[in-house]
Design a binder for this molecule. Structure first.
Ligand SMILES: [Zn+2]
Ligand SMILES: [Zn+2]
Ligand SMILES: [Zn+2]
Length: 161
């Protein structure tokens, strides 16, 4: 389990990319929305690795395959991808990451951020989600979908020590 959250450095990343794009296509079809070329381009830029990218880096990468899109179109595509649960924002890094997990838009997401290699893994825990919701509600608080970011060292970087 710990290994699959952080794919091995020599894993078949083309497979991750293909799976994530197929998931995105299916998700858009289900919601009667379109994964337009620009949305796909932004998602592909984010899928080049398991490391988050800042908005500026996304603009740079999206422009590599031809004419550079205007930043506003990139931001709109990012908004769309985030609203549909295909991309997450990592607040502590002010960066974005493609979601490779097939979870609900309102699920609790725990981001495990490796401080050595910069990889970000997503862990999900229904038990943690329930505990947080109960704690929030008992304070009379109406929680939105919670996001937790935890910094640390991933299994692959620990092995290298
Ligand atoms: Zn991968
Ligand atoms: Zn996710
Ligand atoms: Zn690492």
């Amino acid at each position: 389990m710990a290994q699959s959250i952080f794919p091995a450095p020599d894993h078949d990343h083309d497979r991750c990319t293909a799976d994530a794009l197929a998931h995105a296509e299916a998700q858009c079809a289900k919601r009667a929305q379109r994964l337009t070329p620009i949305r796909r381009q932004v998602l592909e830029a984010l899928l080049t690795s398991h490391k988050p990218l800042g908005a500026y880096e996304i603009i740079e990468r999206a422009g590599e395959s031809g004419s550079r899109p205007a930043p506003i179109t990139i931001y709109r595509a990012l908004d769309f991808l985030r609203e549909n649960g295909l991309v997450h924002r990592i607040e502590s890094r002010n960066a974005f990451i493609a979601c490779v997990n097939n979870h609900g838009v309102d699920d609790l997401v725990v981001f495990l951020i490796c401080e050595r290699c910069g990889a970000v893994g997503e862990a999900a825990s229904a038990a943690v989600a329930q505990t947080l919701k109960t704690a929030a509600r008992s304070a009379g608080f109406m929680p939105k979908a919670p996001v937790i970011e935890i910094g640390g060292v991933c299994a692959h970087c620990r092995e290298k020590q």
